[in-house]
Design a protein. Structure first.
Length: 94
């Protein structure tokens, strides 16, 4: 993967495994509608599944294994839920 879109743009990867738990927490319907009682909080962000040692796994597929979010969204989610690690994403120049 090649990274970085512009010098002023900064993006991070977030594991789809964690995002699916987060979406279930936010939008899982139950007796009370959204933010339904009984849907567990997603827990800390866990991006370790995206890594092979200190590098990204070579077989990752964007939007299947991970989503790309703006650094401000990443910082917001990290502040709320903790976890990590932060994985910076730079856009392909193609």
């Amino acid at each position: 993967m090649e990274y970085e879109k512009t010098k002023s743009s900064c993006y991070c990867m977030v594991s789809n495994v964690w995002l699916k738990r987060w979406m279930s927490f936010l939008y899982g319907k139950g007796n009370l509608g959204y933010l339904a009682k009984g849907h567990p909080m997603p827990g800390p962000i866990d991006n370790k599944i995206l890594l092979d040692g200190q590098k990204c796994r070579s077989n990752l597929i964007k939007n299947e294994d991970y989503k790309v979010v703006n650094i401000l969204i990443w910082k917001f989610l990290k502040e709320l839920y903790g976890g990590g690690p932060e994985i910076r994403y730079k856009w392909n120049k193609n």
